[in-house]
Design a protein around this ligand. Structure first.
Ligand SMILES: *Cc1c(COP(=O)(O)O)cnc(C)c1O
Length: 418
């Protein structure tokens, strides 16, 4: 599918890791009628007010355990493969102060970190294999509450994602609580030094790839992919729900849609162009940090991605008030802990749509979608924005897109949670 990308975005180097076709978007008919409380026979009335769709980032790549990190990594690989990478440094991927004196060193080893059941680290290890590099993965026992909540801790440490990391051949280091990312003791630097002493050249990829300067570009591009799919489907997504963890997925989408809508508004009017902007809602999945912490980061990632894709005045164009909508109500007790309501949402998705969600991110997102739809908040929000009921064109239902970012491989580790 040819995407009409802004020039600056089209020029950024990208190494394809996803299928050449877009990840599928499909309707969720059973969930739609369930949440709108209408029978599911096609001829039934009344028309649902909100039609639900899913975008399947869990089916976007042929690499192991497809999920949202591959889309981000597509824009990082060209730097990884460069003989003189710009953004390989720990901790902030800041470019070398003087590129001309920067030593030439082609990376040999991708180094990253995450929680015990991190999906991101699996995608980095798969990428390493795909590029014929090696990977070293730091798993922090103390990140989130998954390990603490698990009855069978041995199983939590061995099944799900860690099992896959071993299968992929990653050098997996499991670190004790207190060594967490952002904690007092830096556990990364000694590992990098160890690699260098062994003659290797590490390339550091931060948690979720979000702090990497190129981390938001993949999802900015995804906005253009979604727009092309909207045309095929004949449906514009008035609301888009996605998980907010490290933040560059939602940040990238915000930047991409801002640019896209600017391009749409300067082209001849089409059906739907007179609608309010698509609203992107990030569902926070961890209560550890305050919502303002996430908002500040998402805003920063969105502006950074915006600048890279050619949004000229990104710092003015993207604002907290207008563009960054995060919802922290569904984070539950802790990162990585499956709560009753999330489990119920996962069961509904599985039983109504045969859609398997993950316990850490997408289960919480669907729970949020259900609350927004069933509780009438979504319709209320829309009416508040357009001033009238309906879809703003005076016809048809509202369309909401749920982005499935992957993560099902962690399910095995949650077998003992009831
Ligand atoms: C990493 C991850 C997310 C969160 O994406 P961020 O860009 O870190 O906010 C959501 N869902 C799944 C399954 C993930 O692995």
């Amino acid at each position: 599918m040819a995407l009409s990308l802004p020039e600056a975005l089209a020029k950024l180097p990208r190494h394809p890791l996803l299928y050449s076709h877009p990840s599928p978007i499909h309707p969720l008919p059973a969930l739609t009628s369930y949440l709108n409380n209408t029978p599911s026979t096609p001829s039934s009335k009344p028309t649902p007010q909100i039609r639900l769709f899913a975008k399947r980032e869990d089916q976007s790549s042929l690499l192991a355990c497809s999920g949202n990190k591959y889309r981000k990594l597509e824009y990082i690989v060209p730097d990884i493969l460069s003989p003189q990478p710009l953004y390989s440094s720990y901790p902030n991927n800041t470019p070398h102060p003087n590129p001309t004196t920067q030593p030439t060193a082609k990376p040999t080893t991708l180094v990253t970190e995450g929680a015990v059941q991190s999906n991101h680290t699996i995608q980095v290890s798969s990428l390493a294999n795909h590029l014929n590099l090696t990977s070293l993965v730091l798993l922090h026992k103390g990140t989130g509450g998954g390990l603490t909540a698990a009855h069978d801790k041995t199983s939590f440490l061995r099944t799900g994602n860690p099992q896959i990391a071993h299968l992929l051949g990653a050098d997996v280091r499991v670190l004790e609580p207190g060594s967490t990312n952002g904690g007092q003791i830096d556990t990364v630097e000694p590992v990098l030094a160890e690699l260098r002493a062994a003659g290797k050249t590490p390339y550091w990829i931060p948690s979720g790839a979000s702090l990497h300067p190129l981390g938001g570009v993949g999802y900015a591009r995804c906005a253009f992919e979604i727009a092309a799919q909207e045309k095929q489907l004949g449906a514009r997504f008035d609301y888009i729900f996605v998980a907010c963890g490290s933040g560059s997925t939602v940040g990238g989408l915000i930047a991409g849609f801002k640019m896209l809508e600017r391009m749409e508004s300067s082209s001849p009017p089409q059906k739907g162009n007179n609608k309010p902007p698509r609203k992107i809602i990030g569902i926070i999945n961890s209560p550890t940090k305050p919502q303002t912490w996430h908002e500040e980061r998402v805003l920063r990632f969105a502006r950074q991605a915006g600048t890279l894709i050619g949004l000229e005045d990104a710092a003015q164009a993207i604002t907290l008030e207008e563009d960054v909508h995060l919802d922290g109500r569904f984070a539950g007790a802790a990162y990585g802990v499956l709560d009753e309501d999330t489990k119920a949402a996962m069961e509904i998705a599985a039983r109504k749509e045969a859609l398997i969600l993950d316990p850490v991110y997408t289960g919480k997102v669907l729970r949020g979608v259900m609350e927004w739809v069933e509780g009438g908040e979504l319709v209320g929000d829309w009416e508040g924005r357009v001033g009238v009921a309906g879809d703003g064109d005076g016809e048809g239902p509202l369309n909401a897109l749920f982005i499935h970012t992957g993560g099902q491989a962690a399910l095995a580790a949650y077998a003992d949670i009831e």
